[in-house]
Design a protein around this ligand. Structure first.
Ligand code: BEZ
Length: 309
């Protein structure tokens, strides 16, 4: 049994057709058939039921696919990390979710560059769970996100908890009344925008954070709409389609159409995490953390100082 056979099997299993696997692997159809047949002979197990169109995995084939595909992904990560260890990137590639860009990210980058004028920084807008794959592939060295990740390759620091505020259309009855309770919002359409899939290999689905927060207060909003991101959610609020909760640093967005109100609940917060690989910590990450804490101190933000291992 060898790597070529395993890769051919994964490609056929994923595309459910020999001809599509020809395109993804660059191998000819006879070569793919031969590799698959040899793998089945070596295992003594039929992996693919060839009589169905599209092709179907047998039960044993499905089990083998689930295990082998994550092992091959891990192998890619190991190869890419080994190559990076021998030639580390000079630039610091930073992934971020859009909500931190509206907040302190620009100030933190300016602080970093003030202390280290020679540093080259590249910023990439990447969703929280895609950051984990981007860290493993080397596309980014560090990621700022809003979700904790349980991944054996990743370490994380919780930077702080940021208060949520309520975003309401300017003409909403609650738009000018001051501090609100979640209970006051229960009869409104709540717009949800978090992407809740955790990083692979964990197949778990997290609870949507806003629904989780309402549930903690014993409330189930009567109507919800789910959209792809924060910008779209604020667009819908501006159009009078509902309300949402956003981290407080967003409260300068679309202020002509949206009113932002404080929540009374102190636990209504969104965390900000910093993620990097466990085995490769870019040498400039310590400077980035230092710059982040310098900005927190200047602004009087409460935080607990931490460092990566
Ligand atoms: C913050 O708001 O705490 C923050 C934003 C961007 C990067 C790091 C921290």
């Amino acid at each position: 049994m060898d790597l070529k056979q395993l890769s051919a099997f994964v490609a056929i299993a994923e595309s459910k057709s020999f001809s599509a696997a020809v395109v993804t692997t660059g191998l000819s159809q006879p070569s793919l058939s031969r590799l698959l047949k040899q793998l089945e002979i070596d295992l003594g197990v039929e992996l693919i039921d060839r009589y169905h169109r599209p092709l179907q995995l047998t039960d044993a084939g499905q089990f083998f696919y689930d295990k082998i595909s994550s092992l091959l992904t891990e192998l890619d990560t190991v190869i890419s990390m080994t190559q990076r260890l021998s030639s580390p990137s000079m630039a610091l590639n930073i992934g971020f979710v859009p909500s931190v860009l509206y907040g302190l990210l620009p100030e933190i980058i300016a602080e970093l560059k003030r202390g280290r004028p020679d540093i080259e920084v590249n910023l990439k807008d990447i969703s929280s769970y895609q950051q984990i794959e981007a860290l493993k592939s080397g596309e980014i060295d560090i990621g700022f996100g809003r979700f904790a990740h349980l991944d054996p390759w990743i370490q994380q620091i919780l930077l702080r908890h940021e208060r949520y505020v309520v975003a309401l259309p300017k003409d909403h009855l609650l738009a000018h009344g001051g501090e609100l309770r979640l209970l006051d919002l229960a009869n409104n359409r709540l717009i949800l925008y978090h992407q809740t899939r955790l990083s692979l290999p964990s197949p778990a689905i997290t609870t949507e954070p806003l629904l989780h927060l309402f549930a903690q207060h014993g409330i189930s909003p009567v109507m919800t709409t789910t959209v792809s991101d924060l910008q779209v959610a604020l667009g819908l609020v501006a159009a009078g389609e509902g309300i949402t909760l956003v981290p407080a640093s967003l409260k300068t967005v679309r202020t002509e159409q949206i009113s932002y109100q404080r929540l009374v609940h102190e636990n209504a917060t969104s965390p900000i995490y910093l993620h990097t690989l466990k085995d490769i910590v870019h040498p400039k990450i310590a400077d980035l953390l230092q710059a982040t804490y310098a900005v927190y101190e200047r602004r009087g933000i409460t935080y607990r100082r931490q460092s990566f291992l």
